[in-house]
Ligand binder design. Structure first.
Ligand code: ADE
Length: 229
């Protein structure tokens, strides 16, 4: 999968050099290109923002540098999905991560300040597939950290990135429920015992216990995930 990231903070994406995603890049499963938006400015101060029409606090990202960068990235006609992370987007979840993992190329546009001039989204949508995606009901200072989270969620779903693909089917949100709690050795730690059923060797009983724990946890912390009734 090819990823292009447009940002005014390219250094933040050093995080993609380490761990599983770093390995995925070295092995060629992930081809990441980070672009500095300021390289598409043409004034001495490399200006990327301006005051908002209509007034109000904060600054808005100017459309011209975005237009120039996206013209370049969309020129080769390989039909990428262009993602604008924004708290005003559709919520990101595991189903969205799976959809993105099915793309051949993603272009991420990281806004800062009060966001990007909306005409950039409209202009891009007139010639490419566009998704405005929110990580949740909270506000980050910019799209960069959201992109890191999205890339991690998507990257680990790509075939070959995770050594044991079975670990992907046994985790939170895979069956619509939160994951059951996990334990490892020692059997007793600071007086706390691992639930005996997990040490019983009875695979059926273990599976039933885990299912009950998943349900109980989901009911307790995320009842909104359960079907009504
Ligand atoms: N940019 C700023 N806040 C964000 C959020 N909650 N999700 C995605 N992108 C963002």
């Amino acid at each position: 999968m090819r990823l292009d990231v447009v940002t005014i903070f390219p250094d933040l994406f050093a995080a993609l050099d380490v761990s599983l995603l770093g390995k995925a890049r070295t092995s060629g499963l992930l081809d990441v290109h980070v672009h500095d938006l300021r390289d598409a400015t043409h004034d001495r101060h490399r200006t990327v923002d301006d005051t908002p029409y209509g007034g109000g606090a904060g600054m808005v990202m100017k459309p011209e540098p975005w237009g120039e960068v996206l013209d370049g990235l969309l020129a080769d006609g390989d039909d990428p999905l262009v993602v604008f992370p924004t708290p005003a987007g559709t919520p990101f979840d595991q189903a969205a991560a799976k959809r993105l993992a099915g793309e051949r190329r993603l272009v991420f546009c990281c806004g800062r300040y009060e966001g990007i001039d909306q005409r950039v989204v409209e202009d891009t949508a007139s010639r490419a597939r566009v998704a405005e995606i929110s990580l949740g009901d909270f506000v980050l200072n910019g799209g960069e950290v959201a992109v890191l989270a999205i890339v991690e969620a998507v990257g680990r779903l790509l075939p070959g990135v995770i050594g044991n693909p079975e670990s992907l089917t046994e985790e939170s949100h895979e069956d619509g429920l939160l994951e059951y709690p996990s334990y490892t050795k020692p059997a007793v730690w600071r007086g706390r015992e691992v639930p005996p059923v997990l040490r019983s060797g009875d695979h059926g009983a273990v599976a039933r216990w885990r299912r009950e724990q998943s349900l109980e946890r989901t009911r307790r912390v995320r009842p909104d995930l359960l079907p009504p009734g």
